[in-house]
Design a protein around this ligand. Sequence first.
Ligand code: P6P
Length: 341
Amino acid sequence: MVDKPLGITVSRYIMDLQHMFPEAKGDLTGLLNELIVAAKTINAEVNKAGLADILGQSGKKNIQGEEVQNLDELTNNTIKKRMESCGYVCAMVSEEEEKVIPVKEGYSGKYTLAFDPLDGSSNIDVNVSIGTIFSIQKRITSSSDASSYDVAGTADDFLQKGNKQVAAGYILYGSSTMMVFTTGDGVNGFTLDPSVGEFYLSHKNIKIPKRCKYLSVNEGNYRHWDKNMQKYIEHIKDSEISSRYIGSLVADFHRNLISGGIFLYPKDKKDPNKKSGKLRLLYEAAPLAFLAEQAGGAAMDDTGKNILDIQPTGIHQRTPLIIGNKETVFEAVDFLKKHKN
Ligand code: P6P
């Protein structure tokens, strides 16, 4: 764990992290710094979303068949434009795009980037916190010792288990804008001072509190869940717990990370899009699972499989997700197994 004083900038923190690894060439540092610039650009747009006529539907649908908000497109393009010629990334996967996004010819690099540019975007028009989620892995389709690559990456580079992530995190555009990420050395939170345009270390070595304070699940889907999930939710609601569900994954996850809680998005028998859960593995469940484990928590699917051990077979694959306090997640999965019909 890099123990740095509160208040240092995120760029300084990342640079110090790099110096801990003499063999590091600075590619991950460069990649993360490009993401930080993208985050600041997105933050500026998100903060004025209520003013500019950027609100409302773009009239298009994304690969998930969901209405694409103008801000979705803007954030997706902001990240793509920054990363396609930074030289650190070989290819990208975005929630907004069906296919793998290649980088510019001659600008390929040794990492992959999977991201949800603006998760929770259905909340844009009602001013609820939304977020960008990112996941970084090393490419596997070329020799790992080459310092640069001519050939862009392919879908195969993304079909790696979540435990192969080298970094993961999110930017939360809320009452303040925060960047929370891990490189496998604990979880740290950096808060943006908009007057300076810098992210400062504000939450050092975040650990999920022992007590599971909140239950986060959309009970509106209760009638579509498996019987054992229905029984589990009845069981946990019979304990000392408050219900908090904002319908924005990054906001729900962040609250539970800081205050303690369990978030569930079960599979749903009614909606064909949710028969294996609504949330996507590569750029929602896996990056948050990496953060949860680094913060002393856990993340599993409804059969008790660790999210980070799931072998992806598709870049937009979905998974049921149970994530938060380790003890509570394990209890939930044990209960589901015991009551499997
Ligand atoms: P529901 C937002 O669209 C999202 O992908 C996550 O941010 C959020 O947790 C979930 O969907 C909410 O889904 O079905 O409860 O509205």
